[in-house]
Design a binder for this molecule. Sequence first.
Ligand code: HGY
Ligand code: MN
Ligand code: MN
Length: 415
Amino acid sequence: MSDGTGKPRPEIRGDILFDHIRTLALIGADPLGGRTRLTLTEEDRKARDILVKWMKELDLDVRVDRFGNIFGILEGKDGGKDSLMIGSHIDTVIHAGPYDGCYGVLSGLAVARAFREAGCIPGRSLVVAAFTNEEGVRFQPDMLGSLAFVGGIPADEALSVKDDGGTTVGEALSRIGYNGNEEPGFLIPSEYLELHVEQGPRLDTEKIRIGVVEGVQGISWWRVSITGKANHAGTTPTNMRHDAGYAAASVSVFLRDLAVSTGTTLATIGTINFEPGAVNVIPSRAVFTVDLRDPDCTRLTEAEEKLAEFLQKTAGEEGVRISAEHLVRFDPVVFDRGLADEIEKVAAARGLSSMRMVSGAGHDAQMMARMCRAAMIFVPSVGGISHNPDEHTSEDDLAAGAEVLLDVVLKLLGD
Ligand code: HGY
Ligand code: MN
Ligand code: MN
């Protein structure tokens, strides 16, 4: 299809995009039909290597920074001074679906391919980015790569974050050969766009094709350690127990009640471990994580304060010691209004229904918003399922999202 000047208009090759998504989804595949590619592991390295190969096949200038963030640059007519970045991540949670993060990076690659195949040099440079440790499963905080890229955490602090086994981010980067040398800020785009599956139920339920994402809700992560007293499960009267397991369970019930009472706060205990971990021993220790989310800054702080009060009360009542380590606090973020308007316009021009929304999940875009104009595009997740091998989005919706992304890029980059 021509763009009216006789030159072919860049077009998304959906067949290649779907093939890339399938290929990446096989790396780290597990018997449960999911895949696990925790950041900076061998599986992550394999995915990174193939992404770099695909970038080089498109003759993109591939750069890697000190945090392992990967950038594929398609230089524009202006010689690369002022760029537009499309990014996301290719690391996953445990037993993940095939689209979370990968869809956004590979759609960025599809946009670069569209320019290449049309022989079109954009007015300004286009950058495709894959950020390190978006998920935050192995290292906290999440979105560590994009946070470090925008200077939100000192480089040395980011590189010295340790996983449960004591390996630092810096050591893990060297091990997989992605300890690049570009410094934070070596590239400062004017705009950042991220295409992502919604991971929630709204678009699918309301049968809307495109989500125009106006922001991201706030996130607060904690690691709570409860120390009680091991004792015999069969001989210790209830009123003599200092049961770390019971105390942990009561925090879980408290968090559910807190979430229900506010109607906006979400609370999750995603990991928990008891010691000594025997069927007939009252747990002496319980260590678990808490994930709190709320679109409103004040309510998120209130949730944190109520959790702290409940922990203190529980320690007194159960005669246990409780400590809470604050792992993450990212306030809610509002994206660029002009970019959101642009996304809504191009969706309408393609006859695609759209709705404005705030993201429940965290994304690299919320960090990039500290550096430049940023916005996100969502496509429906069937049943709202994500962080689960059953995560699914139809090829029609995957293609529609990538085409909306391309249209916004063409509007912004010109040619
Ligand atoms: O936790 C999140 O919201 C994202 O998946 N990292
Ligand atoms: Mn993601
Ligand atoms: Mn995720």
